[in-house]
Design a protein around this ligand. Structure first.
Ligand code: NAD
Length: 261
């Protein structure tokens, strides 16, 4: 067990990749706090981990609310006495509208997918600083590297550009990773990120058409999409002492598409 008795807050652990992270961290001995906005999904992950005999606790959380993230951090510290790991996985991805270029929608996506990472990190920061140790892992995406090229309509100058809100948020997550690595490093806190490629979750199926999934996979060296479980080893590495001298890095785990930088 590589995370024995570590206390890990995982945001958005109700389904998809976050759920796989939570299950794997629990297998590795961590006490897992499921910071999830959807009560049904959060409870489900809690119950399935508890059924294995491991420790899990669902705390209803909205990462875009400062009160909510402060509350989950305080409750976690009060119950378990430390916060060793924060995995910022939550994002609006399921049902994402890739065409909506309104300001309101742009702000909504950024409030969860980018500001949520900033808020949640600031909420655990005082606890980790007092411990003088901590591991923060941000969930980026290969979308951070390929967001601004694609299908652009050049016939109508009055039509707004495609929104790319999701990609812009993930570029920001990479930026926050480096910013926090610099500001929290002197306190003994490591901040790194994982940038997955196409991963077969319900959210992916709801957002990315099958032909686009096939096309993206065709451009990978390994010629296959990821399953959520394919990402958990990297997360365990970044949460464990094996990565103690690594910070500010974004590890791309995508079957070999963004490998040329
Ligand atoms: N699936 C992919 O191909 C892929 C690829 C690269 C990166 N990612 C990233 O991985 C993460 C998980 O992706 P997924 O496919 O499992 O998506 P998903 O939509 O299934 O999971 C996101 C989870 O976050 C929760 N959530 C949403 N808003 C929240 C909020 N305000 N507060 C707390 N929880 C909230 C959702 O309820 C859900 O459980 C996301 O950050 C996504 O951007 C996914």
């Amino acid at each position: 067990m590589r995370l024995r008795d570590k206390v890990a807050i995982i945001t958005g652990a109700g389904q998809g990749i976050g759920r796989a992270y939570a299950r794997r961290f629990a297998q590795e001995g961590a006490k897992v706090v499921i910071a999830e906005i959807n009560p049904e999904w959060g409870k489900r992950t809690e119950e399935e981990i508890r059924a294995t005999g491991a420790e899990a606790w669902f705390v209803p959380t909205d990462v875009s609310s400062e009160d909510s993230v402060r509350s989950v951090a305080a409750q976690t510290h009060q119950k378990y006495g430390s916060i060793d790991i924060l995995l910022n996985n939550a994002a609006i991805f399921y049902g994402l509208d890739r065409e909506d270029s309104s300001l309101a929608y742009f702000n909504r996506i950024l409030s969860v997918n980018l500001t949520g990472v900033w808020l949640m990190t600031r909420a655990v920061e005082p606890y980790m600083k007092r411990q003088r140790r901590g591991k923060i892992i941000n969930q980026s995406s290969t979308a951070a590297y390929m967001g601004n090229v694609g299908l652009v309509d050049t016939t109508d100058p009055d039509k707004p550009s495609p929104p790319f809100h999701y990609s812009v948020a993930k570029m920001g997550v990479n930026g926050l990773t480096k910013y926090f690595a610099g500001s929290l490093g002197p306190w003994g806190i490591n901040v790194n990120a994982i940038a997955p490629g196409v991963t077969l979750t319900e959210a992916t199926k709801s957002v990315v058409p099958p032909e686009m999934i096939d096309m993206l996979v065709m451009y990978t060296a390994l010629k296959k999409p990821l399953n959520p479980e394919d990402l958990t080893g990297t997360a365990v590495f970044l949460a464990s002492s094996d990565s103690d001298m690594m910070t500010g890095q974004v590890l791309v785990v995508d079957g070999g598409m963004i490998m040329l930088g």
